[in-house]
Each structure stands twice: as C-alpha cells, then as structure tokens.
Design a protein. Sequence first.
Length: 173
Amino acid sequence: MAKSDDEQLDSRLFVTPNDMRSVMRQWTTGVTIVSSHWQGEKHGMTVSSFTSISLEPPLVTVSLGHDTRTYRLIESSGVFGVTILSKAQQEISDRFAGRIEDTQDRFYGLETFNLLTGAPFLTGGLGFFDCRVISKFVAGNNFVFLGKVVAVQHGEINAPLLYYDRDYRNICD
C-alpha cells in the first residue's frame, strides 16, 4: 500500500526539541512576569509566551509548564497577573527565571501592588494585565491559559526588556 503525501512528509521530517529551541531563539520577545496567589501564597515566573488575543472582549494567553509552582497557583486560584518588564528589570527577570530556588519567595524585597484579583504585580513594570482564567488547554508539554483581562494599568515610561538568542537585548542593538 502506497503512503500518502502527508505520511511521506512525516517520515522525512522530524523536528526535535533542540531543533525547535534553536530556531525559536531567532524570535525576539518581550519579557513578562506571570504571577498568581492562592491561600496566602504568591509566586511568579519569567515568561515570554504571553500574547494578546482579542481587544473585545479583552483576552490574553500565557503558556506555562504543568510542573511549575506558578501553574499550580493559577490552576487553584483561577487568576493571574502579567507584568511587562522594562530594560531596568533584567535582574528581576533572572530572579523569576529560577536563578534562586523555586521554594524561596521570589518577591522578597521587591515592591508589589495589586489591582482587582489580588494577583501580585511588580512596581517599575511598563504595563500590567490582571486576568481571570476563562479556559485552559494542553499544548504539548505546557498548558495555555486564556484569561479575560479585568483590569489594566500603565506603568513606567521606559525601554522594554527584550530577549533574543539566549540574551537580553536593546532595541538599538
């Protein structure tokens, strides 16, 4: 029995995680901290997989690994916050990217505030989205949360923190 064109293509091409990672490094992204809280615990992580989906209604997505503490808090609370980081917040990005133990309080010593849902936001960011989860789905080894934006706030006027090819960049690099 002859193979279909799709089957022949599938047998010739196989994209490994390293292939995917290598090419995705060529995609420049902004850097955010996605955070949540539940029963007195708060946590956050550095995330570049954040996207605006719709203006009416206001919807965004974030993608998180199912084995992260932030995922568990969002799953439990049904809310999350997104802080868009400025160029001056590279150290904060590193901290929330796991440069300290996951069990430690990543917010320790940092100034935070809340909007509507109680999700913590980091002072000094460029913008803030306060969201309620309206849907989630599995996407490979991650979960994608679709959030309805229930509050927003502008932050500092500053250059954004950008990430490209495993390093932070400036707009004029």
